[in-house]
Design a protein around this ligand. Structure first.
Ligand code: PBG
Length: 326
């Protein structure tokens, strides 16, 4: 063996922090992070979410403060979820102009609307007493087309409240088209649609149920995608684009990086990923036990999601991660 062997030495480019920084292919930036935040009606102080240590259900006041903090950290956007006091069969609070989400949108837009893109979850599960993302037919199944009518109404009240992007997360067929039409008919041509394009029936949403006080008994397998399938994500993408989606999203993130890559490879519009509640809680739980390095793990998960093709990442760590990146 000659002394020069081997002649190819990839380790040269890993040899110093400066070298690694120079050749890094993927860079995280605070502006591409979006903070999902919960606001609960009737609270006088923020309520910790047990299954998501460090995340709370906000009061209207503390939500404003969290939004300011995120903006000051350079975060790019905020995704708002409302938790109403009263749930019913059709999710009435979701379409009341005085519903908690609509009030929160007004609060946040007036507080930081120039500094953050303000987004809202457009879905009924926070508002229904059965916990499904739509309204039910007589046989108990989720009625796609009746749900679309409710989504159209939700889109308009959220847009009236001043939201910049609505995020339909219910996986009803035709939801983007119906929402686009309703927004346009109401004069809200400038409000965009961030379509949940590939959303899987995932166990990683577990902690979110506590976060929004959902009363769901069964599962969402008749409308969310089967984790076994990749191809239908491309069909959902085609459909959402044809229906007028401005941006598309994959959710959850870490267990679906292959889906993210496939969508990012062909999407003509920005591709986002949602690092969901269970992804957050897993890392927090392991870190709390001293099993992993919390900050390194957070940044590694975000880097991997970015590397797989996401240009925006919704993450409960948005404000903290933005601080780490500065
Ligand atoms: C539906 C919705 C869910 C999440 C975001 N929007 C729950 C679900 O579909 O079961 C999950 C987000 C998370 O787990 O962090 N409104």
């Amino acid at each position: 063996m000659s002394a020069e062997f081997p002649s190819v030495r990839p380790r040269r480019l890993r040899s110093t922090p400066a070298m690694r920084r120079l050749v890094a292919e993927t860079r995280l930036h605070p502006a591409e992070l979006v903070l999902p935040a919960f606001v609960r009606e009737g609270l006088t102080e923020p309520k910790p979410i047990t299954a998501m240590p460090g995340v709370v259900q906000h009061t209207r006041d503390t939500l404003r403060r969290a939004a300011v903090e995120a903006a000051e950290a350079g975060v790019g956007g905020i995704m708002l979820f409302g938790v109403p006091e009263v749930q019913d069969a059709i999710g009435s609070e979701g379409t009341s102009p005085e519903g908690i989400l609509q009030l929160a949108i007004r609060d946040v837009v007036s507080e930081v609307g120039d500094a953050l893109v303000v987004m809202s979850d457009l879905c009924l599960d926070e508002y229904t007493d059965h916990g499904h993302c739509g309204v039910l037919a007589a046989d108990g199944s989720v009625d796609n087309d009746a749900t679309l009518e409710r989504y159209a109404e939700m889109a308009v009240v959220q847009a009236d409240a001043g939201v910049h992007l609505v995020g339909p997360s219910g996986m009803m067929d035709g939801q983007v088209a119906v929402i686009r039409r309703a927004l346009d008919d109401a004069g809200h041509q400038d409000v965009g649609v961030l379509a949940y394009t590939a959303k899987y029936a995932s166990a990683f949403f577990g902690p979110f149920r506590e976060a929004v006080g959902s009363s769901l008994k069964g599962d969402r397998k008749t409308y969310q995608q089967d984790p076994a399938n990749a191809r239908e994500a491309l069909r959902e993408l085609e459909q959402d684009l044809a229906e007028g989606a401005d941006m598309v999203m994959v959710k959850p993130a870490m267990a679906y990086l292959d889906i993210l890559r496939r969508i990012a490879d062909v999407s003509p519009v920005p591709v986002s990923a949602y690092q969901v509640s269970g992804e957050y809680s897993m890392v927090e739980a392991a870190a709390a036990n001293g099993w992993i390095d919390r900050e390194r793990t957070i940044l590694e998960t975000l880097t991997s999601i970015r590397r797989a093709g996401a240009e925006q990442i919704l993450t409960y760590w948005a404000t903290e991660a933005a601080g780490l990146l500065r």
